[in-house]
Design a binder for this molecule. Structure first.
Ligand SMILES: C[S@@+](CC[C@H](N)C(=O)[O-])C[C@H]1O[C@@H](n2cnc3c(N)ncnc32)[C@H](O)[C@@H]1O
Length: 383
């Protein structure tokens, strides 16, 4: 039995119990977000394996009142118990269960549920949110979701994405942002069905996974706002044009044409087949991927902690903060260079130049990418 250490938590691992050292940064950033949440948290670490994630959450964050470690693998139970004890977390604060998460959640009192399954979280979303919904006193709750089925969400397995997530993915350089936004759209459907709005506190595409922590709030008005943040993205690979469209507000075409909307224009879904060149992704989440205040708090917490990934996390958090209010989609210097037949400028230089006209930032989705509201013609001029 090997021991491994992440920050102040040391755990025992075992051959047949899952532990992936490459997910340490994911656990770091999630723990920072847990600490940045102002509410007291009663957490269920639903796919616990060794228990490392849940034990880190409670050891690193004072706002965590209790943690339940749950895993369906019966061999994980003695290991989770051993790791709780080894880390001196009292049995009042931490409990371990051998159970299927879908059965375990029924009748419990968590306000934060961690879903970190193998592959897709899709089949667990409604059970988790349904549990929050069944307690009328829960007005605000949190859902932490990991998806490792990136081949599906990013379009390498297009049919599987349509079947599982009911969306068209985009299998080009925008695939990671589109994949993450498809996942968020599906979280939003599950939430709004129970009259909860969603607000992503942070969202991340890293290595082979997507990670997001979501704040859910009960209430019809905000829920309606959440539903309106779903739409499509269209991309023209020949010209690099990007266009986003919300879902049509009125599907009764005849009436809309007669009446028009408040701007005097007819509401319609911009055609999904402009010409053969255009590719379309969605339905997907068009809202923000992060909450800036939470990210600022996470940066401050990171400063105080001695994570191995401290500097990497700081750079990452700065990029997430910058990209928060930026448009959906991004451009890449190498793609511009190819279609303009010009040498690619340094990304920083191009951003500086574009920034004079309108806010332009890096994006965590791609080290060659930048986000801007400047239109493609202007970008090409400045390139
Ligand atoms: C990706 S691992 C979790 C890793 C862990 N959260 C960490 O950070 O190290 C997925 C775990 O979920 C467990 N599991 C799979 N299906 C489950 C279910 N329906 N209910 C509870 N646990 C389940 C597996 O036994 C496995 O240990």
């Amino acid at each position: 039995m090997e021991k491994v250490k992440e920050n102040t938590t040391e755990i025992h691992t075992k051959e047949n119990i899952f532990y992936n050292p490459h997910m340490e940064l994911c656990r770091d950033i999630s723990s920072l977000c847990v600490g940045a949440i102002k509410d007291k948290l009663r957490i269920c670490d639903g796919f616990s394996a060794t228990g490392i994630r849940g034990i880190r959450y409670i050891k690193e964050n004072e706002n965590v009142e209790s943690i339940a470690l749950v895993d369906a693998n019966r061999h994980a139970l003695p290991l989770m118990k051993k790791n709780i004890k080894y880390n001196k977390v009292t049995s009042k604060k931490a409990t371990a269960y051998n159970a299927d998460i879908l059965q375990h959640l029924f009748g419990k009192d968590y306000n934060f549920i961690e879903l970190d399954p193998f592959g897709s979280p899709q089949s667990f979303l409604r059970s988790a949110i349904g549990e929050f919904a069944s307690k009328s006193y829960i007005k605000t709750a949190y859902l932490s979701v990991t998806a490792t089925d990136t081949a599906v969400l990013c379009g390498a397995k297009r049919k599987a994405c349509i079947k599982l997530y009911h969306s068209f993915p985009m299998n080009n350089y925008l695939c990671h942002e589109m994949g993450l936004r498809i996942l968020l759209a599906n979280i939003s459907y599950a939430a709004t069905e129970y009259d909860f709005s969603i607000e992503p506190l942070f969202s991340l595409s890293h290595r082979h996974y997507f990670k997001t922590i979501i704040k859910l709030e009960r209430g019809a008005e905000k829920t309606a706002e959440t539903s309106r943040k779903i739409g499509y993205l269209e991309f023209n690979p020949s010209t690099l044009e990007i266009q986003t469209n919300e879902l049509p507000k009125n599907t009764n075409k005849k009436k809309t044409e007669e009446k028009g909307n408040e701007n005097g224009k007819a509401d319609k879904l911009e055609n999904t087949n402009k010409n053969e060149n255009w590719e379309i992704a969605g339905p997907l989440w068009l809202g923000n991927l992060h909450n800036k205040n939470i990210l600022q708090n996470m940066r401050e917490l990171n400063e105080k902690r001695n994570y191995k990934n401290k500097y990497k996390l700081n750079t990452l958090l700065i990029t997430l903060i910058e990209e928060t209010d930026m448009p959906v989609g991004f451009y890449r210097t190498d793609r511009l260079s190819k279609i303009l037949k010009k040498e690619s400028p340094k990304l920083e230089k191009l951003i500086e130049k574009l920034n004079k006209k309108n806010k332009t930032t890096k994006t965590h989705f791609d080290s060659m990418g930048f986000k801007t509201s400047i239109n493609i013609k202007e970008i090409k001029k400045k390139f």
